[in-house]
Design a protein around this ligand. Structure first.
Ligand code: BV8
Length: 236
């Protein structure tokens, strides 16, 4: 794959980039939570129907990610963000903060990490529509730090909700010279459709994943193996 030195690169990551940090992917955990499919827990309807179940699910995952560390793939991408002459836009489907922590370690000031599905460490107040950094639990329905209402929910984009910053993502994809997808099964839209948008806009496309994803055939090139090895090799 030939690239000009100041090429614009868009990187899309999924749960597979955090797997070797000990964070379950949706597939590996069998997509189950207390005998519920994740798709059935990660929805506004589930939250309306059984808020305690949903809050328990996110409290558990928020606690778990705080015991995990960025891995060699996160660090390699942060090094790329710091050293590359062109624009590197890192779009993640992941709600963990491992890319952000790796970027901070690498001294990347304006790390453009776009969390299109939200962030575990944010709480969103549905009364005043503000977001607060939140490391604790939400099961006790705590008061919003901004307005005092007990109306905090996880700041996560659930199935059926609109992903964050789609305009920015689409603009970056349409002006990319290279689109790289890392550690995602290509199961969830609109994230899974970005590779086709990139290809149609003239970008080269590369998939780095443990195994062929559902969209592998849309990529110019696909390499399979663990992200910690593949990403470090690709960045170097
Ligand atoms: C939207 C937050 C409209 C939750 C997530 C029918 C009914 C209703 C909706 C739909 C429908 N059909 C399609 C839809 C749209 C729906 C959708 O796509 N559903 C799917 C199930 C068919 N999408 C939505 O609802 C989205 N919103 O469409 O709004 C709209 C859109 C645009 C503009 C205007 C309006 C919202 C989707 C967001 C849902 N929220 N996350 C939470 O995290 O708790 S999605 C969630 O699942 C993740 O964020 C992630 O995106 C997805 C799982 O995907 P992956 O990250 O790929 O993880 P997965 O486990 O699947 O795969 C891991 C991969 O890694 C594997 O390939 C594995 O091989 C690999 N791997 C494993 N280990 C390693 C590795 N690779 C490398 N190294 C390793 N070590």
């Amino acid at each position: 794959m030939r690239l000009k030195a100041d090429a614009n690169i868009v990187i899309l990551t999924g749960a597979g980039v955090s797997a070797e940090s000990g964070i379950d992917t949706f597939r590996d955990s069998g997509g189950l939570w207390e005998q519920h499919r994740v798709e059935d827990v990660a929805t506004p309807e589930a939250f309306a129907r059984d808020p305690e179940l949903v809050l328990r699910f996110y409290d558990m995952r928020r606690a778990a990610i705080q015991t995990c560390e960025p891995n060699a793939a996160h660090h390699a991408l942060a090094r790329l963000q710091r050293a590359w002459a062109g624009q590197v836009t890192l779009v993640t489907q992941n709600v963990d903060d491992l890319h952000d922590r790796a970027a901070a370690t690498a001294g990347v000031e304006d790390a453009r990490v776009i969390h299109m599905h939200g962030e575990h460490l944010n709480a969103w107040c549905t009364a005043c529509d503000t977001r607060s950094r939140w490391r604790a639990t939400l099961i006790e329905r705590p008061a919003c730090p901004a307005c005092g209402e007990a109306a905090l929910r996880p700041d996560i984009v659930w199935f059926g909700e609109i992903p964050y910053r789609m305009d920015e993502i689409i603009a970056a994809v349409e002006s990319a010279d290279l689109f790289v997808s890392i550690g995602t099964s290509g199961a969830v839209y609109p994230a899974a459709g970005l590779v086709r948008m990139a290809g149609e806009a003239g970008a080269q496309t590369l998939e780095l994943n443990l195994e062929p994803s559902q969209g592998s055939h849309w990529f110019d090139e696909a390499r399979h193996g663990p992200a910690t090895r593949l990403v470090a090799q690709w960045v170097e």
